[in-house]
Design a protein around this ligand. Structure first.
Ligand code: BG6
Length: 502
């Protein structure tokens, strides 16, 4: 949280949103900035400059952002607050490929920044990934990235590349203009409160650490299921697919936090060093492994959506079994699954523990094979954590069943809204704290893990993804993937049944 001294120390900050008329700026960035403004957490001297091809005057841009900015804001007097916020907004019309547009942006910055305070600039690439290289080169050529006064930073949205080679090529271009310490690669999952809480659960408590390893954990399940289908993003999605859209970034990031060793401190480098260790330890899949360790799915009706190529083999669902070959996790399967058009929206990490080594209650017990202890960490929508264990049913001999201890954000922190991930990320980028951003080496390792999956799935061997019904939890083959090792998908944050999912 920025206190008054922090806000003053930040000098003048110019936050330039390239692609300011796009969906991300409108739905996430401007609302998050407005919310930070309402909480008094923006630097005292900040200019927010929108840049895109749509011709707008400053006032038209301000008006066009009003609806989305206030929609999420839970503030009194939203009109007055927005008018105050809007004084910080301005707009430059231009195309990244046109040097005149970029020099208009440079002139506008000079005009806004005429001050003897340090001048700092943060460039946010809220544009199509295909334009990242062009944007970075244009900023470099116009001298906008040089740190002659204050700092210069670049925020890059995912996906960074579409495979290892394209990520390396893009990185080369980015590094030609910005130093790694100036680059803030976003994975918005890291900005989620509940994802940061995963670190707190693990590293601010002592009860989990002794059992957080292959001696006690049977498997770990990470689910990010979405109820929505690809909708209006079908054109983008059909070229990208579920692995690039979700698994290479959000799910692998969740896995690294669950599996990492405790860092010495939570500074950006210690944290990211430990995370990249995990990615390096993930066993690489051979083309044959892809057949046995992964399941690709596509929901019925996907091919009929506007923007999807006829006969497309793009997967909208993935289930993958990964192993982290290190001392802590040797032999423990990490099951990852994610998809569109699924039964319900849920993001969760479920840790299934081993059953007791010897069960002493065999005689007269109705269930001699008790369900395992399960810790479910619910990222969304019912944020919290649930711990399931066996209890004795009263007055029924030694009959037992599962009971759950539950922590819900809603009741524990009643009245306190959970902020949008982008608030935290924008605030950290302005402060220069990179701990919740992805370092270049993490991106590379992530592509090394998923490239073999994409290559095998896209090899056109005729198989294509398996069909699944919209509103289901994916193809049945994903259940079989777990059944091979005697595992099944567990309900983490949903209704707590002892039984596996129906
Ligand atoms: C984005 C993906 O990164 O994350 C989208 O591109 C997906 O396809 C979204 O819908 C999910 O984010 P959240 O925060 O709604 O879980």
């Amino acid at each position: 949280m920025a206190d008054a001294a922090d806000r003053e120390d930040q000098g003048v900050v110019s936050l330039v949103i390239l692609g300011a008329n796009g969906d991300l700026a409108r739905r996430k960035l401007i609302p998050a900035l407005f919310s930070l403004h309402c909480k008094g957490r923006l630097p005292e001297h900040i200019n927010i400059i929108g840049f895109s091809r749509t011709p707008f005057t400053d006032d038209e841009f301000r008006d066009s952002m009003w609806d989305s900015a206030v929609e999420l804001a839970e503030v009194d007097r939203p009109r007055e607050m927005y008018e105050e916020f809007a004084k910080r907004l301005c707009y430059v019309t231009g195309d990244l490929g046109d040097s005149e547009g970029i020099s208009r942006l440079a002139d506008r910055l000079d005009q806004l920044e005429s001050t003897d305070r340090p001048i700092n600039r943060l460039f946010y690439l809220s544009i199509a990934p295909a334009l990242y290289a062009q944007a970075v080169e244009a900023l470099g050529a116009a001298g906008l990235a040089s740190e002659d006064s204050g700092w210069r930073r670049l925020v890059v949205e995912k996906p960074f590349g579409s495979d290892l080679n394209s990520a390396l090529e893009l990185d080369l271009i980015v590094r030609g203009v910005f130093d790694e310490t100036q680059v803030f690669r976003i994975d918005h999952y890291l900005g989620k409160e509940t994802v940061q809480n995963l670190m707190v659960l693990r590293f601010a408590n002592s009860i989990f650490e002794p059992i957080w390893n292959q001696n006690y954990v049977k498997n770990i399940q990470i689910t990010v299921a979405e109820e929505v289908d690809v909708g209006s993003r079908a054109g983008y999605y059909d070229r990208s697919g579920v692995i690039r859209d979700m698994l290479q970034n959000h799910l692998l990031q969740l896995l690294t936090i669950v599996a990492m060793e405790p860092p010495a401190t939570v500074d950006a480098e210690s944290l990211r060093n430990r995370k990249v260790d995990v990615l390096r330890s993930i066993r690489r899949l051979s083309p044959d492994d892809v057949h046995t360790e992964t399941v690709a799915g596509q929901y019925d009706g996907y091919l009929d959506q506007d923007g999807v190529a006829g006969g497309s083999h793009t997967a909208t669902y993935a289930a993958v079994r990964l192993f982290v070959d290190n001392w802590r996790w040797k032999g423990v399967p990490f099951y990852l699954r994610t998809g569109k058009a699924m039964e319900r929206k849920v993001s969760e990490v479920v840790v299934e523990f081993q059953t007791p080594p010897h069960f002493i209650f065999a005689d007269g017990v109705t269930n001699p094979d008790p369900p395992p202890n399960v810790l479910a960490i619910c990222i969304q929508p019912d944020e919290g954590a649930h711990l399931r264990f066996q209890v004795k049913v009263p007055d029924r001999g030694m009959e037992m069943r599962s009971a759950t201890m539950e922590f819900h954000y809603e009741s524990e922190f009643s009245g306190q809204a959970i902020p949008e991930a982008y608030e935290r990320l924008l605030q950290d980028a302005i402060k220069g704290d990179a701990s919740l951003f992805i370092r270049g080496d993490q991106i590379e390792e992530s592509w090394r893990i998923v490239d073999p999956i994409n290559q095998a799935w896209e090899s056109n061997d005729g198989s294509g993804p398996l069909r699944y019904a919209p509103g289901s939890m994916g193809p049945a083959a994903a259940d079989a993937l777990l059944a091979q090792a005697g595992d099944h998908w567990l309900v983490g944050c949903g209704p707590h049944e002892d039984d596996p999912e129906a």
